[in-house]
Design a protein around this ligand. Sequence first.
Ligand SMILES: NC(=O)c1ccc[n+]([C@@H]2O[C@H](COP(=O)([O-])OP(=O)(O)OC[C@H]3O[C@@H](n4cnc5c(N)ncnc54)[C@H](OP(=O)(O)O)[C@@H]3O)[C@@H](O)[C@H]2O)c1
Length: 395
Amino acid sequence: MIGVTVLGSTGSVGVSTLDVLARHRDRFRVVALTANRDSERLAEQCRLHHPRVAVMVDPAAARALAERLADMPDPPQIWSGVAGLEQVAAMPETQYVMAAIVGAAGLPPVLAAARAGKRLLLANKEALVVAGALLMEALAQSGAEILPIDSEHNAIFQCLPPNFGEGLPSVGVERILLTASGGPFRQWPAEQLAAVTPEQACAHPTWAMGRKISVDSATMMNKGLEVIEACWLFGTDTSRVQVVVHPQSVIHSLVQYQDGSVLAQLGNPDMRTPIAHALGWPRRLAAGVTALDLFQVGRLDFEAPDLARFPCLDLAFQAARQGGTAPAILNAANEVAVAAFLERRIDFPGIAAIVDQTLATLPIESVEGCDLDFLLDVDRRARAHAEQMTGRQVN
Ligand SMILES: NC(=O)c1ccc[n+]([C@@H]2O[C@H](COP(=O)([O-])OP(=O)(O)OC[C@H]3O[C@@H](n4cnc5c(N)ncnc54)[C@H](OP(=O)(O)O)[C@@H]3O)[C@@H](O)[C@H]2O)c1
């Protein structure tokens, strides 16, 4: 039995992960589940999956969870705080850690899992964007595996040879083609984007996801974060990564080889496919996903991204090229700006404006030899700057 910790189990990826795990109870045992504040959903999940530990980051929510589970015959231990997340990511009973917390908040437990040598199933792309060098070093030192859960990176992983770690050129790879749906505003005129509402931004045309990643898809910042993620996961710089808009979201990404071959991974847009792939790898597991019907799909379209209409993608490419703390600043400013947009404090184009201004104002520092505290401090300073731009003062 393989022990699994699911970080962020109450979210969209977390729920899909538990769905796949429940199909394979003979193979996997849920060791720990975590959430931030949603004690109601975590309580339901505890009754269904019987983890040994449940973590609520928020201490009041942890108390609420204990009350909800008071009548459970064999309740889990309930821990709280970021330290609780780090502990369940590194506990001996756990072999696999699904990292499905949203945002840089997921970084401390992701790093703890990497240091403890767990198989890391990484959905939390922000952790890699903020701390790519630190995380890759931790993985190398502990010998931990990292398997991408983002459907695009999982697709690329599936299309690469097993020895891709030797370097993309040496295994004959010319380019990674990262597909993007283009989001709900792909065809909207630029002048209408100022009137976009949070409800419109969260209504993704092909994927059902959490609110933050849905807005990131609408601005195409999600694709920008994924470009940075791809560079770390596959050991390349941005010159070998091309974004291709593919509105049907059937091809999840492609790899172009020097002999002219282009390999693609296709499937219905359902996160249970990459989740099952990473849980089972190198075996294949049933995921409950409907088989792809190419006759129903009918056609596959491709277009170049419009960087003028979606400046967040361009900003992410620039931050990736700058390196150092630029990606961490980009991510922090974006998290603040997206939250402000969802609270209707800024308009949709304001997201890119805040990210741009924060990157232009704060110094870009080297990350060589840096530790987690340094990166968390960079993240905190960038958040403070971005918050001021939304009109709310922070300490
Ligand atoms: N959704 C997708 O299809 C998809 C696809 C590819 C990659 N991803 C990536 O996967 C990650 C999760 O996305 P999602 O859409 O599943 O997000 P989501 O639905 O918003 O769920 C986020 C999860 O993180 C928890 N959380 C939120 N803030 C936290 C904090 N400060 N500390 C600890 N836990 C916290 C939430 O707990 P509460 O429920 O208590 O708030 C919830 O369990 C993101 O990095 C996203 O980019 C998602």
